[in-house]
Design a binder for this molecule. Structure first.
Ligand SMILES: [Zn+2]
Length: 249
C-alpha cells in the first residue's frame, strides 16, 4: 500500500520544482528580450526590416506607405530617403567626419566632436538605429545641392509644400518631427526632414535612457572616443538625445 504522507510531500515538492522551472524559463526569456532591445537600440542587432531603397520596421514602413499614398492624392510626391542605419554605418559616417575635421581642418578632437554632433550622432545613439525614424523629402521637385537643408523646407523653399502637408497630416499617421525649430531647444539643429513613428519609438526612448553610452562604444574603434568624458556624455544625453520635441518623449 502506498503511504499517503510521503507521496503528498513528494507532490508538493514537485510543484515547488515546477514553479522553479517556470521562473527559470521566464527569466531566460526576459533576459533574451533585454539583450535584443539593447542590440536593437544601438544598431547592432538583426532587426527585422521592410522596404527596399531604405528600410524600416514593418509596422513603420506600412504606416509610411499609407502616408505616402495620402500625400500622393494631394499632389505631394513624398519620399523617404534614409531609414534604418546600422551601428557600423553610423561609425563610418562618424569616423569620416572626425578625420576630415581633425586632419584636414586642423580642429582639436573636442572641437571636431562638437562640430560633428550638430547634425550627426555618436554611433550607437542614432534614432536611425531603431527602424522607427526616417528622413523625408519631396521627390516631385528637382533641387540642386544638399537635399537635407533646412532652407529648402521653408515656406517658399522647394520643399515648402511638403512641409506644409506634413505639418497638417503626418501626426495622423503616427509620424512626428523630432528636432523641432524651437530656439530654446539644445542638441541637434532643426531637422525639418527627420520624422519618427511615435507608437514604436516612444517606448524605445524609455529603454534607451537606461543604456550606458560609454559601454556601447568600448572596443568599437570610434575615433575620438577617449575624448568623450563622462561630463560630455551626460551633456550629450540631456541635450542631443532628450532635448527633442516634447510630443515624442
Ligand atoms: Zn534623420
Amino acid at each position: 500500500m502506498i503511504k499517503i504522507a510521503p507521496l503528498f510531500y513528494y507532490l508538493k515538492r514537485q510543484r515547488w520544482v515546477g514553479c522553479l522551472v517556470v521562473i527559470f524559463v521566464w527569466s531566460c526569456q526576459h533576459n533574451a528580450q533585454q539583450s535584443i532591445n539593447n542590440a536593437h537600440l544601438t544598431g547592432k542587432g538583426n532587426l527585422e526590416l521592410a522596404g527596399n531603397d531604405f528600410q524600416l520596421q514593418k509596422e513603420v514602413y506600412e504606416a509610411y506607405l499609407r502616408m505616402q499614398l495620402a500625400a500622393q492624392e494631394d499632389g505631394i510626391d513624398l519620399l523617404g530617403v534614409s531609414g534604418y542605419r546600422s551601428f557600423e554605418r553610423q561609425k563610418q559616417i562618424w569616423n569620416r567626419k572626425y578625420t576630415r575635421f581633425t586632419q584636414d581642418e586642423g580642429l582639436t578632437p573636442e572641437k571636431a566632436i562638437e562640430k560633428i554632433i550638430t547634425y550627426s550622432t555618436i554611433p550607437g545613439t542614432s534614432r536611425h538605429h531603431w527602424g522607427t525614424d526616417l528622413d523625408i523629402i519631396d521627390n516631385g521637385i528637382s533641387v540642386t545641392g544638399s537635399l537635407l537643408d533646412p532652407k529648402k523646407f521653408e515656406e517658399k523653399g522647394p520643399f515648402g509644400a511638403l512641409k506644409k502637408w506634413m505639418d497638417e497630416h503626418a501626426n495622423a499617421f503616427g509620424f512626428y518631427l523630432v528636432y523641432t525649430n524651437d530656439s530654446s531647444r539644445k542638441g541637434f539643429y532643426y531637422e525639418p526632414w527627420h520624422y519618427t513613428y511615435r507608437p514604436l519609438s516612444k517606448p524605445l526612448l524609455e529603454e534607451y535612457r537606461k543604456l550606458n553610452i560609454r559601454s556601447i562604444l568600448k572596443n568599437e574603434n570610434v575615433l575620438g572616443y577617449e575624448h568623450m568624458l563622462d561630463t560630455f556624455i551626460e551633456k550629450y544625453t540631456q541635450e542631443n538625445i532628450l532635448d527633442i520635441n516634447p510630443l515624442v518623449k
